[in-house]
Design a protein around this ligand. Structure first.
Ligand code: GTR
Length: 351
């Protein structure tokens, strides 16, 4: 299979090697910043958290729920947003999983805190619209606080990704957190966000994109029937991206990248791509193809990339043995327990 553009050569034609991968990764992030998601501002010098309420006896008494407000400085003053943090209370160190959520609720159907705590993780989540609205209003939340260039300034995906990194700033140094084993996940538009967050933030070891689809995991140049196109997504959600991305609605083949670049930017860390069998809009096989296309980077750097099939995956197949994984769950566009368990099974192999 030939994927374009070629991942393993620099823009100037040099071959990628293990020695120069760090430079190629920077080049890829620069391309994706300039052409798709917009540039992310520098991280703030300091991030603080204020616990505003505590509920002991969560998850059968195995975790404390700390509702916390995260605060940091921006060019226009401080910004604060709430997180839900389930802190395991057994006195040990735990890997941390951060979910970029659609809702600010412990009853969110897209997560199951007790099951995650029982598998030995600490869990944090925040609602994306508490960071900035999911709309074209760049005067809301964090969007209002940073200057933004129309063509190359960050879109909303970039802002939500930035917030996930600020959650890690606050939690990584806590005594109960094993900061060498941090994961970030999200579903759909927030799966795109998780991939972009993981691509940029090297503290994140495990990245899960669930049903992330167009402009997420899905390789666009082989678009499959029923799959969302760049014209569809930029028509409806132009604000998720930088202004430059919009020009590709009519000429997607002109992009100097495809979505395998996004996945590869997290190498040699661990990426898990999950799709759902009835989620044609996210183009399941396109998501698998990006994994196949990104695999050579892992093979070069670690000897083990994606170990699964190249034909279209069958429903229920999970290919978790490599450092880059793909799984196809039965069902619709949803972030299910099955998806969480697949991700935790994958992580468990690499901790
Ligand atoms: C759809 C959008 C997809 C996906 C989804 C979601 O309407 O076209 O790209 O992100 O929303 O986030 O649920």
């Amino acid at each position: 299979m030939i994927f374009e553009p070629e991942l393993m050569t620099f823009a100037d034609g040099r071959q990628v090697t293990a020695e120069n991968w760090a430079d190629r990764r920077k080049e890829i992030i620069d391309i994706l910043s300039h052409e798709e998601y917009g540039y992310t501002p520098a991280a703030p010098a300091k991030v603080t958290g204020t616990v505003v309420s505590t509920e002991k006896k969560m998850c059968a008494g195995h975790a404390v729920l700390e509702k916390t407000e995260i605060t940091f400085d921006t060019p226009s003053g401080p910004f604060t947003f709430p997180i839900l943090y389930f802190r395991p209370n057994d006195g040990g160190k735990h890997p941390l999983l951060v979910q970029i959520c659609f809702r600010n609720s412990i009853y969110d159907s897209y997560w199951s805190p007790e099951e995650i705590i029982d598998r030995g993780y600490a869990l944090a989540g925040f609602c994306y619209t508490d960071v900035t609205g999911d709309n074209g209003d760049f005067e809301s939340g964090i969007a209002a606080l940073y200057p933004r260039d129309e063509k190359t300034g960050w879109g909303k995906i970039g802002m939500w990704a930035f917030a996930a990194s600020r959650v890690i700033d606050y939690l990584a140094e806590k005594p109960e957190i094993d900061k060498d084993n941090i994961g970030v996940c999200g579903h759909s538009r927030l799966g795109k966000t998780a991939l972009w967050c993981g691509a940029q933030d090297e503290r994140i070891k495990f990245i899960l994109s669930n049903c992330s689809g167009c402009s997420g995991a899905a390789y666009e140049r082989a678009k499959h029937e029923g799959g969302e196109t760049i014209a569809d997504i930029t028509g409806k959600f132009p604000f998720w991206f930088c202004g430059n991305y919009l020009k590709y609605a009519e000429k997607p083949e002109a992009r100097p990248f495809d979505q395998h670049f996004l996945i590869a930017a997290s190498a040699p860390r661990y990426v898990s791509v999950n799709s759902a069998s009835l989620d044609n809009w996210a183009d399941q096989y396109g998501e698998q193809l990006s994994v196949i296309a990104a695999s050579p980077v892992w093979e070069l750097l670690t000897g083990t990339g994606y170990n699964g099939v190249k034909r279209r995956a069958k429903v229920g197949e999970r290919f978790l043995s490599g450092n880059l994984s793909y799984s196809l769950r039965d069902g619709v566009h949803f972030f299910s327990r099955n998806d969480w368990n697949t991700w935790m099974d994958f992580i468990g192999k690499h901790i």
